[in-house]
Design a protein around this ligand. Sequence first.
Ligand SMILES: Cc1ncc(COP(=O)(O)O)c(C=O)c1O
Length: 382
Amino acid sequence: MTEFPPGWRLGVVQEVAPPGVADLGPGYPGPDLHPVGLVRYAYARALDEFGSAALAYGDNAGALPLREVLARRARLADPGGVVVTAGTSQALHLLGTTLAAPGQTVVTDRLGYDYGRAILTSCGLRLAHVPADADGMDPGALDDALAASDTAFVYLNPTFHNPTGQVVPERRRRELLEVTVRRGVLVVEDDAYAELGLTSAATPPALAELDPDGVIRLGTFSKTIGPGLRLGWLTAAPAVASRLLRHGLFHSGGSLNHLASLAVAVMITSGEYDQHLDWLRGRLRSRRDALLGALGDLDVTTPDGGFFLWLRFGAGQSEDDLMAAAAAAGVRVAAGSRFGAARSPRIRLSYSLNRPAELASAGRALRTAWARSGALPERISS
Ligand SMILES: Cc1ncc(COP(=O)(O)O)c(C=O)c1O
């Protein structure tokens, strides 16, 4: 069962699983992964260093100390193309209202981040879904989709994809960019999990590194420090960044999250953020391995990063039955159909919220429940 400290209660946080339920549904860090002490200290130092300037309207593009360190981390020559956001959700809304007109299309993967899609459709945009293979979106099908629609931009999540954990290899990244450059269409790269690689293998270059003029890259501190910060950033060609900054919201309110930006800039500059990332990756690795170990020989991905396992079931199985069996076993999981899985059942399990022992027991409970309900293939139902 998922253990929440006392402050985690409805009316304070967005969601809390009922008592007795192991929650493998949501994609956010567990309570014990938030660096409360570091954040407290960083806010105090930001207030010491910047005084009342930390409580003023911030620079429209975001406080320079944060944009400078983010530009360096993204290997950009200067911070001109960095804009501080209130997280990726707000950035998607900004892009969906600034770079697109209602009725236009966003071309995206068939499987993808459900709430991201909801933001884009809330902006009045249509979604066109493009099939993928083991390496990611099919470039030929992307080309066809771009030819067939009035596309505002292409929305991709190529590194530690939500929900599949997939990483698009460099060759496929280049093939996809060849198509978008030829068609003159912008790409939005949602890189929410980029800093959460769990192996020593280097991740491929970001799409934005391969095509800085044609790609807007979205980063967030939600997955590494905590979503309560509501702090993220985007990088874009300076001309695109200027276009975004013409939005009245920046003129009226200045930086979207000024004090948090200064606190996080302090954390990054002091080296504490990178130390925290190392610690966090170690914790996530143990969680991933505990859950994988308990699931045994289920057909499940082993992600190299991010928060999610992606379980595949045969076409003869029913998603409703799998969900019902999980619920009866006291485990909350996320139905694959939420993310666009249509042909055969898929389930997403998150290992970010719970500790390894909780994950191991939830994984065993799931395996037993699915075996009992006959939902597993023959080879693993014994
Ligand atoms: C791919 C992806 N993008 C964005 C987000 C949300 O980011 P933020 O909290 O910065 O709005 C999530 C969270 O689940 C996600 O999985």
